[in-house]
Write a protein that binds this ligand. Structure first.
Ligand code: SF4
Ligand code: SF4
Length: 408
């Protein structure tokens, strides 16, 4: 996808967009944009390049392959980085085993945080439809958490679905009793006989988390022993916690935050996190990454961002938040190494908006200073976005020390 335009390209794009919208020249379009308040630069840019059915070349993001293809599935050069394989003549999302567990997951997983009550707050029926679409596209790995408010979406989505699914969830509890309650709640709310993966939800906690929440972790160990949880571990934004978890014998799975911009990584740099992940993987831990798109701020560089994370040594899978069927289709096509047109990307981008996750916002105001478009202001001690001014440029996201700003 283009991220910058030269003056000449801008003129060509503007004329193309005017033509698409039925104007005989760009002046007519300019008049309409002034009347309607305009469009964002990004939507303008991606809308300006029409889909053509002639002259397609392979657009797999995973290599520089540019073989001519007759249709979207034609290129069968082995350039899928183990993310897809051909079964029965069809390209399918590939599966892998998480570390030393016997749990098989699709390398592209579905993150349900974004659709849950903390963010997009989709009604369960609507969320279930999106998840079901993911099942149909071959995704069999879901990530959720006690606090995401997405158990009902998942339960509805899997009603009547006969094929194998893996569901990972997390508990924010610190003590034994509360953890036990969260386990039993998850078993019932997800309508499962055992939990595939349950992690200590410790996003911002440092490397002492296993001491600080020893009761909670003991409970996870006991329930794994009883056979009610298959694999346990920790989800974290902290490089030190990944290092510690990676060296513990009682950890099966780690869910670390990693992205090429380093957004949200605590306790070190991208390089520190990457080497902690690699060491943990070498020690047999299953690793599935989160925030590969940095809470949505890398959406416009998504190919590069996915390629970065999936190319890191030790990454078994990545979970990506999705809120629409179009987004599911697009991500599955990318991971299968198929052609994805700019127009398809535009359909999903157009529905995106900026979200301040209020429970995380500490009201420091740094995002307000970082926004070049005057779209953010402080309201009742929390940051608030004026959507009519927000261009989804992403400048505010890295400015937030709490990782409270997301594009959903
Ligand atoms: S900095 Fe943030 S709030 Fe401001 S326009 Fe960009 S994405 Fe929107
Ligand atoms: S930078 Fe983050 S924590 Fe600070 S006001 Fe903005 S959203 Fe809230």
């Amino acid at each position: 996808m283009r991220s910058t335009l030269t003056g000449m390209e801008s003129e060509v794009a503007f004329a193309a967009y005017a033509c698409q919208r039925g104007f005989s020249n760009s002046a007519g379009l300019g008049e309409e944009l002034r009347r309607t308040g305009g469009i964002s630069r990004r939507i303008f840019v991606v809308s300006s390049f029409p889909i053509t059915s002639d002259g397609l070349t392979c657009q797999s993001i995973w290599t520089d392959c540019e073989r001519p293809v007759a249709d979207d599935n034609d290129c069968d050069v082995d350039h899928k980085m183990g993310l897809a394989d051909r079964r029965g003549g069809q390209l399918m999302l590939a599966k892998t085993t998480l570390g030393n567990t016997d749990i098989n997951v699709t390398r592209l997983g579905f993150g349900t945080l974004v659709m849950g009550s903390l963010q997009a707050n989709l009604p369960p029926e609507e969320g279930a439809k999106v998840i079901r679409r993911a099942f149909e596209q071959g995704i069999s790995f879901l990530d959720t958490a006690h606090v995401y408010g997405s158990y009902e979406h998942i339960r509805k989505a899997k009603e009547g679905w006969k094929q194998e699914l893996v569901i990972a969830t997390k508990t924010p509890a610190s003590d034994y009793d509360k953890t036990e309650r969260h386990i039993n709640y998850a078993l019932e709310a997800l309508d499962v006989e055992s939990l595939d993966i349950m992690l200590m939800h410790a996003a911002r906690a440092g490397e002492d988390v296993f001491q600080e929440r020893a009761g909670a972790y003991q409970c996870l160990c006991d329930y794994r022993e009883k056979g009610l949880i298959k694999a346990i571990g920790v989800s974290t934004h902290h490089a030190g916690t990944v290092r510690v978890a990676g060296s513990r014998d009682d950890v099966d799975v780690i869910h670390p935050l990693i992205n090429m911009a380093g957004t949200g990584i605590l306790g070190g740099t991208v390089g520190d996190m990457a080497s902690a992940i690699e060491a943990a993987s070498r020690n047999g831990k299953g690793i599935y990454a989160m925030k590969a798109l940095a809470g949505g701020s890398l959406l416009e560089r998504m190919d590069e961002a996915f390629k970065f994370v999936m190319g890191l040594p030790g990454i078994d899978a990545v979970v990506v938040g999705m809120v629409s069927e179009a987004e599911v289709d697009m991500n599955c096509r990318i991971f299968r190494g198929e052609v994805v047109h700019d127009k398809e990307r535009e359909v999903t981008f157009r529905e995106k908006r900026l979200k301040i996750v209020e429970v995380y916002c500490k009201g420091c105001g740094r995002c307000v200073d970082a926004c070049p478009n005057g779209a953010l202001s402080m309201v009742d001690g929390k940051s608030s976005v004026d959507e009519s001014k927000c261009l989804l440029c992403g400048y505010c996201t890295p400015a937030c020390p709490e990782f409270a700003i997301r594009v959903i």
